[in-house]
Ligand binder design. Structure first.
Ligand code: ADP
Ligand code: MG
Length: 286
């Protein structure tokens, strides 16, 4: 190993030092991070995401990960030759579809994120909305089948993990149960929002496959009020998967979350830019 630092090494040290006030500002705070199905396109991206999450934990923040898996559910449904459709960004789930969704979300995807966190030296613990009654759900409406919406959240299992000395990192699949044991496929943005609300999180970060929220001319909107967000839904500028994201942002802020950020999960270290520098990434809603 060479002993003599070059300019890049000095720059790295400088950057670390500049992060100090930000690390101090966020220490102890709960940050809920939703990792989108589309953003976790590759193993490399998932590993970079996991490294950033472990870094946040190491810096004294309490990261809580909630994940989606739309594209992965879609390809499993295709392989099994099960048809499924979307209405306003929400998947229509019959009995077979919700079974596949649970298998993919609470099984394969949840464990791969936990493994990536553990690989990065953290202590990931996989959960779903069904564990310890974290999220109780009910049907959104009859037409959407077993597509559910949260009716209550009990965050005690999350507190038990994040408050523990060893600093576990909860990784949550949005599949949730009802009081009678029926399972529901809850949109992952919605699940992340109610969890952030119940935890009184400082930030809810929604990582997705686009830079942030775009206006009708496809320019990035860097700052939005909840009113602006509502208008984007109502005037049709937000379509498909962006509708539940903005709805979630509005609800989370009403429940006391300080700010919501919608940012690009395809680019490494967006979480760190947002939290540890004085500029932002993506769209800030508050
Ligand atoms: P995720 O897996 O991250 O939840 P979604 O596909 O559900 O991803 O939602 C993100 C998508 O929302 C974007 O890729 C984009 O195609 C779509 N979208 C619709 N309207 C907008 C908008 N106004 N600004 C940004 N993205 C939008
Ligand atoms: Mg989505």
């Amino acid at each position: 190993m060479k002993r003599r630092a070059d300019e890049d090494n000095w720059t790295s040290a400088q950057i670390l030092s500049e992060a100090l006030p930000f690390i101090q500002r966020h220490a102890g705070k709960t940050i809920v991070i939703k990792f989108g199905g589309n953003a976790m396109g590759s193993e490399t991206l998932t590993q970079q995401f996991a490294n950033d999450v472990v870094l946040l934990r190491q810096c004294g923040l309490r990261p809580v990960v909630v994940h989606g898996g739309g594209p992965q559910i879609g390809s499993m449904l295709d392989r099994l030759k099960i048809k499924s459709e979307f209405v306003d960004g929400l998947r229509v789930s019959d009995m077979e579809t919700v079974g596949v969704a649970e298998m993919v979300l609470s099984g394969a995807i949840n464990k791969s994120i936990v493994a990536a966190i553990n690989q990065a030296g953290g202590q990931g613990v996989g959960l779903s909305g069904r564990d310890a009654n974290l999220i109780l759900a009910e049907a959104v409406n009859k037409d959407l089948g077993f597509t559910g919406r949260p009716v209550s959240v009990d965050p005690s299992v999350i507190h038990a993990l994040t408050d523990a000395e060893s600093g576990f990192i909860p990784v949550i699949s949005p599949i949730s149960g009802s009081a009678d044991g029926t399972r529901y496929n809850v949109n992952a943005d919605t699940a992340a929002g109610v969890i952030a609300g119940a935890l009184n999180a400082a930030r809810l970060m929604l990582l997705t496959d686009i830079e942030g929220v775009m206006d009708s001319e496809k320019n990035l909107l860097t700052d939005l009020s909840t009113k602006d967000a509502q208008a984007l839904i109502e005037n049709g500028t937000a379509k498909g998967g962006m509708i539940p994201k903005l709805g979630t942002a509005i609800d989370a802020i009403e429940q006391g979350v300080e700010a919501v950020v919608i940012l690009d999960g395809r680019r490494a270290h967006g979480l760190l830019v947002e939290l540890f520098t004085d500029v932002g990434a993506g769209t800030l809603i508050k």
